[in-house]
Write a protein that binds this ligand. Structure first.
Ligand code: XLS
Ligand code: CA
Ligand code: CA
Length: 439
């Protein structure tokens, strides 16, 4: 029996082409269109984030909730959670979105103790399993919220209290079980409280070791239960902590190497987190790709006027196209996808605002992807890069890198040839102009 939800009146959004004026049609996201040998839907693997779209109530540090969804008012929190799931899957139907993502706390009410919380969670995982049987939307990733409850205020894995470490381990174990049971492709760990406010009360060496041990336990468990998906760490430099250990791609790579996990764990990179770390999104993507740890993307944008994590829907075509250009160059996202870790603004109180936000975000990314694919097919950017490094194609040059030469032998040859290298233009403006022609 079809349940009535906030979205029941809305038809599934369809592709209508770039000339369409319908605000609830896809103008660029033609899901089955073949681009670079694959369907657009398989390249982009869009996901709706349960927390922003179903659980977020519009409150901010200065103000009360503005979004009063019916499931938030239910005096029986488990019934509220089921109503929320009904609305979620109806939203997925409207958007025709292939994936969704959740934290344990988004789908099920918490409990005062571990076993109550786990009971609520397992019951709701079963309910989501039933919903998924009647839906084409799959799970991109699951994760545990180890940051909202006060028990996590001094960290989860990095907490000074070993009971919080154990509580967190139990929570993650059950979230991984749920992700496996629901057929999820990835399991994400974002350490929102794994950092510190002040070194005055923080033993940094001990805390990073705790984090390394926790992640090793997760990886061991993944193999024990036969989870074939990816384990992903999501870097973020700060907020809510002043300093988060998983600062950015390069920092996480060093951490993974230290604990021997660099071949086991990849990254879930978020656009706004890159900016907070003082990087561009494309820098984070290109760095992860070059280190072999590009996993999945959280799409959103920050506000250049605000220094915090505003999680807005992406709308800068050039930023998104360049990010996706590096994704294509890296060979795509594999089991990862494009998760809208983005929320509507506090004043966007109509349920339809949520649909407009996603339709716009999906269409924006599809358009950016088509532009990026065109840049790849055109090949001139790649050729310019090859030309710039062409000097390295000689045997003598390669020998310096391959170990066939020592510092003395390199010096001897340089002196013998009395080298006098001449500067060559980097051609940045010419390349920027070339990029501009694809938009
Ligand atoms: C918060 C993070 C979080 C993760 C999942 O800033 O983006 O939402 O994606 O825990
Ligand atoms: Ca995120
Ligand atoms: Ca964020």
């Amino acid at each position: 029996m079809a349940t009535t939800t906030l979205f029941s009146d809305l038809d599934t959004v369809r592709f209508a082409g770039p000339d369409s004026d319908d605000p609830l049609a896809y103008r660029y996201y033609d899901a089955d269109r073949m681009v670079l040998g694959r369907r657009l839907r398989d390249h982009l693997r869009f996901a709706v984030a349960y927390w922003h779209s179903l659980a977020m109530n519009g409150s901010d540090p200065f103000g009360a909730p503005t979004l009063h969804r019916p499931w938030m008012r239910n005096p029986d929190p488990m019934q509220g959670a089921r109503d929320k799931a009904d609305a979620a899957f109806d939203l997925f139907r409207v958007l025709d979105v292939p994936f969704y993502t959740f934290h344990d706390r988004d789908i099920a009410p918490d409990g005062d103790d571990l076993n109550t919380a786990l009971r609520n969670f397992r019951e709701m995982v079963d309910y989501l399993g039933l919903k998924m049987q009647g839906s084409s939307t799959k799970l991109l990733w699951g994760t545990a919220n180890l940051f909202s409850h006060p028990r996590f205020m001094a960290g989860a894995a990095t907490n000074p209290d070993p009971d919080v470490f154990a509580f967190s381990a139990a929570t993650v174990k059950h979230c991984m079980d749920a992700t496996l049971a629901l057929g999820g492709d990835n399991y994400v760990l974002w350490g929102g409280r794994e950092g510190y406010e002040t070194l005055l009360n923080t033993d940094l060496t001990r805390e990073i070791d705790q984090l390394g041990r926790f992640l090793s336990l997760v990886v061991e468990y993944k193999h024990r239960i036969g989870f074939g998906g990816q384990i992903l760490i999501e870097p973020k430099p700060k907020e809510p902590t002043a300093h988060q250990y998983d600062f950015d791609t390069a920092t996480v790579y060093g951490f993974l190497r230290r604990y021997g996990l660099e071949n086991e764990v990849k990254l879930n990179l978020e656009a706004n987190h890159a900016l907070l770390a003082g990087h561009s999104f494309e820098h984070e993507i290109a760095t992860a790709a070059s280190l072999g740890i590009l996993g999945s993307l959280d799409l959103n944008r920050g506000d250049p006027l605000l220094g915090w994590d505003t999680d807005q829907f992406p709308n800068s075509l050039q930023d998104t196209a360049m990010a996706l250009y590096h994704v294509i160059k890296a060979g795509g996202l594999g089991l990862g996808g494009c998760n809208f870790d983005a929320k509507i603004r506090r004043q966007s109180i109509d349920p339809a605002d949520l649909v407009h936000a996603h339709v716009g975000g999906i269409d924006h990314c599809a358009r950016a992807f088509l532009i990026a694919a065109h840049m790849v097919e055109d090949g001139r950017l790649e050729q310019a890069l090859k030309d710039r490094y062409a000097g390295w194609d000689t045997d003598a040059a390669r020998d310096m890198l391959s170990g066939g030469q020592t510092l003395e032998s390199i010096a001897a040859r340089a002196e013998e040839q009395n080298l006098s290298p001449q500067p060559r233009s980097g051609g940045q403006e010419r390349l920027e102009n070339l990029v501009g022609r694809f938009f």
